[in-house]
Design a binder for this molecule. Structure first.
Ligand code: NAD
Length: 262
């Protein structure tokens, strides 16, 4: 408890799934949290649930001015900004290169990669004013190996991993650490059919998830938002004071291959 006492955090995509699990954990650990998301109904409910500790602001992370506004709103509302969890995202479509369009490509890069760069860009002045900070970016196992996600999504997430290293090298002089988390399969609303994740792709992934029981990955169950939130807490807290530029897989061991059958 109190591992984030007196800390002020921005969490993008905090209305659902991994982001929501992290909001809940950060609040329990004493932080005040500014949530940026496009789900205004869920955002209002979050504010009411954690009155005084959570504030919500509409922020489409594809809009640069809204990202800048989110960071400024956090500083105005809570008096500063110490932690940024760059987490908002959605699945990508299409799955295959041969179905790709430039528009679909740009959408994934803007939503998943450009948003992370701009989030760091606009959080930085506020963190410098506090003498430093911690940034955590959500990448994906799909950014580390082929076949774990749609093509533009996977390449954007690989970009987040490298962006994390480049930013860690630059921002260390400002006392800002930058790390990333690469979730494996985590049960969230991302697997609900949408424009970015058509029904066919959801079915395909859910079949894949079913295969993770019992033997497709060493820890044979899908992950939960709190599994990622716990990793995020480590990177956000002083316990990781000597850690920067790391991208940590939190994937039930999926990256090592299937569970041994013997
Ligand atoms: P989710 O759908 O439960 O939550 C995503 C949140 O982001 C929602 O609240 C949504 O409203 C918000 N969002 C979507 N587009 C936005 C935009 N343009 N601007 C601001 N907010 C926006 O999904 P999740 O699984 O919790 O996803 C969170 C992150 O984790 C994403 O970056 C995703 O790519 C990544 N991820 C998820 C998994 C998984 O298995 N669930 C695996 C690897 C990586």
């Amino acid at each position: 408890m109190d591992r984030l006492k007196n800390k002020i955090a921005v969490i993008t995509g905090g209305c659902s799934g991994i982001g929501l699990g992290t909001v809940e954990l950060f609040v329990r650990e004493g932080a005040r949290v500014m949530v940026g998301d496009i789900d205004d109904t869920a955002g209002a409910a979050l504010e009411a649930r954690f009155e005084g500790q959570v504030a919500y602001r509409h922020c489409d992370v594809m809009q640069e001015s809204q990202i800048e506004g989110l960071m400024a709103a956090c500083a105005e509302t809570f008096g500063g900004l110490d932690i940024l969890f760059n987490n908002a995202g959605a699945g990508g479509s299409p799955a295959r290169l041969e179905d790709m369009t430039g528009e679909a490509w740009d959408l994934s890069q803007n939503l998943l990669l450009r948003s992370v760069a701009l989030g760091m860009r606009y959080a930085l002045p506020h963190m410098k004013a506090r003498g430093g900070g911690a940034i955590v970016n959500t990448a994906s196992i799909a950014g580390t190996q082929a076949g774990a996600g749609p093509i533009a999504y996977s390449v954007a997430k690989a970009g987040v991993i490298h962006l994390t290293k480049v930013a860690a090298a630059e921002l260390a002089r400002d006392g800002v650490r930058v790390n990333a988390i690469c979730p494996g399969l985590i049960l969230t609303n991302i697997f609900t059919p949408s424009a970015m994740m058509p029904a066919g792709m959801v079915t395909m992934i859910k079949q894949g998830m079913a295969q993770t029981a019992p033997d497709a990955q060493p820890i044979a169950k899908p992950g939960l938002p709190e599994d990622i939130a716990n990793a995020c807490l480590f990177f956000a807290s002083e316990e990781s004071a000597f850690v920067t530029g790391v991208s940590m897989l939190v994937d039930g061991g999926m990256h090592v291959g299937p569970r041994n059958a013997w």
